[in-house]
Write a protein that binds this ligand. Structure first.
Ligand code: G3P
Ligand code: CA
Length: 340
């Protein structure tokens, strides 16, 4: 008999409405995973601020989306010759002291062109790659100075990759949370991963009290997903299995509806089935400058997710516009209730 982990976690202290998770910070406006992007996300009203985390060679958790440094920093010019055979500069091959010499910039494609050309200029970086601890100290400080609490939403990137290199990413993250008194704040911290093994390890071995989110990749191609069968995890049986070690799922937008340009989107039943399995649903990623097919404007995307699908929160590159949408929605709800 499978007994689900309680879904009554995380967001309950913040009321019934969906939570706004600032995806890599206010990444529509400033280079992802820099402290300025995190400070802006806090000021824009994000409920949670996301950290993707990998380790340096000396085992220090840093906030970086990729296991490589080359798409978002100037590592190739500062440390020429330190790339591996595949041409990539792996964070795990650099000490923290070396990583701290880098400058983080707007994300670039492999051809050197910006992924989002209309966003922050892609010139030389202005900020360092932060450690997880530095970022927690920033959010702690802003929570105190503004009186408004934003939480942490930490993704373990490459749990198996780190283990193959002799490093325990999950334990390193938990240690930083514990050292900074965040390890018991289950209303304020989520941990997320695409790798079920990472979440099972956090739940079964490290016995964390923090809510866990199983991310679901789009692809069902084993060449891309390795031994993780995301297609099966999306079935009712898979969702019940997730509920034994996690509190929610993080699907991509593509898994929630099928849209065609000019046609009304057709919703899938994944959110309803996940809720039936007592799982929270936090989809990724809302981008006003990259609207999915079948969606004509950013507010419509919010309406599909919040009103039609009733998701519990969502990752957004535009925390200001997402927070404004939810605020105006709750104001109209309040007005209509006062007229009843
Ligand atoms: O963690 C949710 C979302 O961020 C997953 O995609 O690639 O942006 O980490 P990614
Ligand atoms: Ca992420």
């Amino acid at each position: 008999m499978i007994s689900p982990v309680s879904a009554e976690v995380g967001a309950e202290g913040r009321g019934e409405r969906s939570i706004v998770i600032a995806h890599r910070g206010a990444s529509a406006y400033l280079p992802e995973h820099t402290l300025p992007a995190k400070a802006l996300a806090h000021a824009q009203g994000a409920d949670f601020i996301e950290q993707d985390v990998v380790l340096t060679r000396d085992g220090i958790p840093i906030v970086l989306h990729d296991v490589h440094l080359d798409s978002t920093t100037d590592v190739a010019s500062r440390f020429s010759g330190r790339e591996r055979g595949d041409g990539r500069f792996y964070a795990i091959d650099f000490t923290l002291a070396e990583v701290q010499q880098l400058r983080a910039h707007e994300r670039l494609n492999r051809d050197g062109r910006p992924v989002f050309p209309e966003r922050f200029p892609a010139g030389p970086g202005l900020s360092q790659v932060p450690t997880l601890e530095e970022e927690i100290q920033l959010i702690d400080g802003l929570n105190r100075s503004t009186g408004r609490v934003a939480g942490l939403y930490i993704e373990l990137k490459g749990f198996a990759f780190h283990a193959e290199n002799g490093l325990d990413l999950a334990e390193a993250v938990i240690n930083v949370l514990r050292d900074n008194q965040w390890d018991k704040r289950s209303d304020d911290v989520y941990l997320q991963s695409f790798e079920p093994a990472a979440l099972r390890y956090l739940h079964d071995d490290l016995k964390t009290d923090l809510p866990l989110i199983q991310l679901l990749a789009d692809s069902d191609d084993p060449d891309q997903t390795g031994d993780i069968d995301f297609g099966r995890l999306r079935t009712d049986e898979g969702l019940r299995e997730i509920a034994t070690y996690a509190n929610g799922i993080g699907p991509s937008l593509n898994q929630l509806y099928q849209g065609k340009r000019g046609e009304v989107p057709v919703l899938t039943d994944l959110v309803a089935r996940a809720h039936k399995a007592r799982l929270l649903v936090h989809p990724y990623t809302l981008r006003a400058d990259q609207l999915p097919d079948g969606i004509s404007d950013f507010d419509e995307l919010h309406r599909v997710l919040v009103d039609s699908l009733d998701v519990d929160g969502f990752f957004t590159d535009f925390p200001d516009r997402s927070a404004t949408f939810l605020q105006s929605q709750s104001q109209s709800l309040g007005q209509s209730q006062s007229h009843e």
